[in-house]
Design a protein around this ligand. Structure first.
Ligand SMILES: [Zn+2]
Ligand SMILES: [Zn+2]
Ligand SMILES: [Zn+2]
Length: 140
């Protein structure tokens, strides 16, 4: 494992601990596999890379990591949800429609605007989901 992968593993484990969840040996192996991923991966791909760990355990761990904000779920217009390690606080993604490359983007003005809309909504905003689809510079 290269150095930055070790760093990623340690960071994810620390965040799981901080969230009050325990690190089991399966979780450690799942986290190590996630750290090896470059860019997007699906839950199916992750489960396939870990044949000795039950699918349900992989999916549950993925869900936990998502819920504590250490990985992102990105919607690309097909049947799969894709995941990627989260590199910063609340952010959105650009997704290249040709090569599927994603990059993080902060939409600070948009977040502020969205709060303004809350008064027009009959209820409380819990979360939101926004992907920005592009043709990236390399594909252009
Ligand atoms: Zn992200
Ligand atoms: Zn591209
Ligand atoms: Zn946002």
């Amino acid at each position: 494992m290269v150095n930055n992968q070790v760093e990623t593993v340690n960071k994810l484990i620390e965040l799981v601990n901080i969230s009050g969840n325990s690190i089991t040996s399966s979780r450690r192996r799942i986290i190590a596999e996630i750290a090896r991923q470059e860019g997007l991966f699906t839950s199916e791909e992750l489960a396939k890379a870990l044949p000795n760990i039950g699918r349900a355990t992989v999916y549950r761990t993925l869900r936990l990591l998502y819920e504590i904000g250490t990985i992102c779920r990105i919607n690309i217009v097909d049947e799969h949800s894709y995941y990627a390690i989260s590199l910063s606080d609340h952010h959105h993604h650009t997704v290249c429609k040709k090569c599927n490359k994603i990059e993080e983007i902060n939409l600070i003005g948009f977040e502020k605007d969205l709060n303004q809309y809350e008064k027009n909504i009959n209820g409380e905003i819990l979360s939101h989901n926004l992907e920005i689809y592009i043709i990236c510079g390399e594909c252009d």
